[in-house]
Ligand binder design. Structure first.
Ligand SMILES: [Zn+2]
Length: 335
């Protein structure tokens, strides 16, 4: 610690000006001076230190400073280009937790700069668009950094493992199911999930098929004429073929088989749309998850119609007005 003399004797030309206490008093002496100074100031009021008159002045000055009236930056503004420079220099600089909290608190609720303001619709759209472009084609790690990405992934895996699944206890209305269906119809995985998720899903699916597809061992089963000859056995092969036809997804809520396995430790179920287990035809069977399968136990007639319409739309199957299956034995359009 070095003290430059001359500070105390401001205004006078001191013979010792520019010399340190060490120069003047030696190391030991300087140390004693230092201690004495601390002793002198510690626990003392401004009045005790400087006398009433000077203390009053100092206090008034400090109070003015605190009120911001004479702050260094008071009333001054930066030019836009200078602000940009500062912002650029600060971008990406790590912030301490304390600072983050401060910033967060300063913007929270009615203190936020956007509080009570409404953006015009086009502005919102533009912001969403910008956000989408920003995250497009990027992994979680690229977007948020490894630490945050791991956090999020852990959170999701917890949700998937535990009983807190997003769909727990939730039900779709028929209209909503139709909406989901219409949204998915004719769209590729890429369009539905984005390039990265799609690649991931395809990988999962191809692995799944490689490991589990019985059809491969039995080429006649899944060749061009998928469901010939029609079987009346509700066996492993048949169920597998239905799952493959339905892309290993629940045809109501779109949950993927792999997620279903993680969530419920069982595979997607095959549901008879007319509730008659004897009618084991592709035209009468559809892939559903456990929850949707339970859901469709009520309002049976509505569901039969819903699934028949759906299968007709997707695969060109035919049904009569009173919801009987028209079997097509030419094997043409069951793909
Ligand atoms: Zn489902």
């Amino acid at each position: 610690m070095k003290y430059i003399s001359g500070h105390q004797s401001r205004g006078r030309i001191s013979a010792n000006k520019g010399k340190t206490w060490e120069d003047m008093f030696g190391t030991e002496g300087a140390k004693r001076m230092h201690e004495a100074l601390i002793q002198h100031k510690m626990g003392k009021t401004y009045e005790q230190q400087y006398g009433i008159e000077k203390a009053t002045l100092i206090k008034a000055h400090m109070s003015q400073m605190r009120k911001g009236r004479v702050g260094t930056w008071t009333g001054k503004t930066f030019s836009i280009s200078h602000r940009h420079n500062i912002s650029r220099a600060l971008t990406g600089r790590p912030c301490s937790e304390k600072t983050k909290k401060k910033i967060g608190d300063a913007q929270r609720g009615d203190k936020g700069s956007m509080y009570g303001k409404k953006l015009p619709e086009w502005h919102k759209q533009r912001m969403m668009e910008g956000h989408r472009n920003k995250i497009k084609g990027k992994t979680l790690e690229e977007r948020l950094g490894k630490k945050r990405a791991d956090e999020i992934k852990q959170k999701f895996s917890k949700i998937h493992k535990g009983q807190k699944g997003y769909w727990n206890g939730k039900k779709f209305s028929l209209e909503h199911c139709d909406k989901i269906r219409a949204d998915r119809l004719g769209k590729s995985y890429e369009e539905r999930h984005g390039p990265i998720m799609a690649a991931e899903l395809k990988k999962l699916q191809s692995e799944w098929i490689k490991n589990n597809r019985i059809g491969e061992k039995n080429p006649n089963w899944l060749g061009g004429k998928s469901f010939e000859p029609y079987t009346l056995d509700f066996n492993k092969q048949f169920k597998e073929a239905i799952r493959i036809r339905d892309n290993y997804t629940c045809q109501l809520c779109s949950i993927f088989e792999d997620d279903h396995l993680q969530l419920h430790s069982r595979r997607l179920a095959i549901h008879h749309t007319d509730y008659d287990k004897k009618n084991t035809f592709p035209q009468n069977c559809i892939t559903l998850c456990m929850r949707c399968n339970i859901l469709v136990n009520k309002d049976r007639e509505i569901w039969t119609k819903h699934f028949q319409d759906l299968l007709k739309k997707l695969y060109g199957y035919e049904y009569t007005q009173d919801q009987k299956i028209i079997l097509d034995f030419t094997g043409g359009n069951n793909g």
